[in-house]
Write a protein that binds this ligand. Structure first.
Ligand SMILES: Cc1cc2nc3c(=O)[nH]c(=O)nc-3n(C[C@H](O)[C@H](O)[C@H](O)COP(=O)(O)OP(=O)(O)OC[C@H]3O[C@@H](n4cnc5c(N)ncnc54)[C@H](O)[C@@H]3O)c2cc1C
Length: 440
């Protein structure tokens, strides 16, 4: 490719699977460069390929995927941070083959752990057989349960766009009070459940995202791919036939139609540039305010004693505990554990990020208490501190005009921070940026 001087030490780090044949020989359309091989960048590449382009993706990390990464550790699959695939996300339906991902699904409902008790709650709209159990559960008042069912029905009848419209900035907590939910259900259900999704327990995330995700949970499932969350990335990469992904190549600046790499070399992109990563570093003058981030700490434990949770998530509504949620991953997706291995793989998400020096001993004690496992059953496996887990957005959006991400001539922005901080938003933003670029 014209103007590209490969950095020898980086060439060795290129991901070998992801290659166009002889790239220089095949370029027929003006070169488009995508910066970042997260799901936003990969989705943009899929759309550009459909329009006949042969994009080049430059990725700073040693492999594609961005925040969707899965490690193999002692025979377990460990995602870097607990995350789920919501099967009803429109962009998931558009781009992913869920059957090929061989997904396992969580059951609707969960277990709640308060300081004094543990109880099960169910979603009677999804599991009518659980109506009796759900009517009796102390998750909230009878009025709360009626309101929950009404909210679920009304959001199912609301368009995705209208889930957001008018709720782009109002904090979720204010919205819940306005709907008249009691403190009991907010503390026992909404705060741990949605706080775990938003990675903040104040529920200050705008209600538009709450309404959208509530709708997605009401009508679809939360799932894990058999190959771990990173299998999503492998499937997207597998769709690319004419895209080259160069890994281990960080971009330091974008100027006009040229990108500068971290070794000082430049590549021309006359076809345009999609910045599918936080833009502040590469476009300091045009990017606007820097993206603020929310962090999380995720711990993995192996229990030699099988923990039976029936594919349900555990919500901890006990302010004395470090834990916010935990779940047995191999019940949902058995391949997260080696075939034939007994016991359980437990993923734990903490109420707030642990500072690096803190030990995980207290979290382990809390997990023993909530799970009622014997003291010697748990073995700590690994800790993930994800510093830039989700963008901290005071305003959320569902869709924007494809030209919205345009910052200059043929330079477009993509990434979940553009819309609402979710896998769906990342894919949508990538698609919109590609559509915008194809229009100019
Ligand atoms: C712990 C955790 C839990 C989550 N839970 C959920 C969930 O349950 N459901 C859900 O829908 N979403 C969830 N998410 C969010 C979801 O993972 C993200 O929205 C999505 O992966 C973001 O994709 P992206 O392409 O926008 O950004 P990223 O994945 O961050 O990709 C950006 C890419 O750009 C690269 N890059 C950055 N700077 C440069 C540079 N200068 N040069 C070259 N490359 C660069 C990065 O290395 C990265 O690969 C979760 C995320 C985390 C971390």
């Amino acid at each position: 490719m014209a103007g590209y001087i490969p950095k020898p030490q980086l060439v060795n780090r290129l991901t070998s699977r992801i290659f166009a044949q002889n790239y220089a020989d095949t370029v027929a359309t003006p070169q488009v460069i995508i910066i970042g091989a997260g799901v936003a960048g990969l989705t943009a590449a899929i759309e550009l390929e459909r329009a006949g382009h042969r994009p080049l993706i430059l990725e700073a990390d040693d492999r594609p995927g961005g925040r969707l990464k899965t490690d193999q550790h002692e025979g377990f699959l460990l995602d870097r941070g607990f995350q789920v695939l919501l099967t009803d996300y429109p962009e998931v339906q558009r781009y992913l083959d869920l059957k090929a991902l061989d997904i396992g699904t969580f059951r609707p409902g969960g277990h709640v752990h308060t300081r004094q008790q543990r109880f099960r709650f169910a979603d009677p709209l999804r599991e009518p057989a659980q109506l009796f159990r759900s009517t009796l559960s102390p998750i909230g008042t009878l009025s709360d349960k009626t309101k929950l069912a009404q909210l679920s029905l009304s959001l199912r009848a609301t368009s995705n766009e209208d889930c957001f419209r008018g709720y782009e900035e109002k904090p979720t907590q204010d919205y819940l009070w306005e709907l008249g939910f009691s403190e009991q259900i907010v503390e026992r259900f909404f705060r741990p459940f949605f706080g775990g999704i938003f990675l903040e327990l104040d529920l200050s995330t705008p209600a538009g995202l709450f309404r959208y995700i509530f709708k997605m949970f009401s009508q679809g499932s939360a799932a894990l791919p058999a190959g771990g969350i990173e299998a999503i990335v492998h499937q997207l990469v597998g769709k690319l036939e004419h895209t080259e992904i160069r890994c281990g190549v960080g971009v330091t600046a974008v100027n006009g139609d040229t990108v500068t790499l971290d070794d000082g070399s430049t590549i021309a992109a006359p076809g345009g540039i999609i910045v599918a990563c936080p833009p502040t570093k590469v476009l300091p003058r045009l990017a606007g305010s820097p993206v603020e981030w929310k962090s999380t700490t995720n711990l993995y434990f192996y229990s030699s004693r099988r923990l039976r949770e029936n594919r349900l998530i555990n919500l901890v509504s006990d302010p004395t505990s470090l834990i916010n949620t935990f779940c047995v991953l191999d019940e949902v997706a058995p391949s997260y554990k080696m075939e034939g291995q007994g016991g359980s793989l437990i993923s734990v998400t903490l109420r707030r990020p642990l500072d690096r020096e803190s030990s995980i001993g207290q979290a382990e004690q809390d997990l023993l208490r909530h799970s009622r496992l014997p003291n010697d059953a748990l073995r700590f496996l690994k800790r993930y501190d994800v510093r830039q887990a989700l963008p901290d957005l005071s305003r959320v959006a569902f869709r924007q005009d494809p030209t919205h991400g345009r910052v200059m001539d043929r330079i477009f922005l993509a990434g979940d921070h553009q819309l609402n901080g979710s896998l769906d938003a990342a894919m949508r933003s990538g698609r919109l940026a590609a559509e915008g670029l194809l229009r100019v």
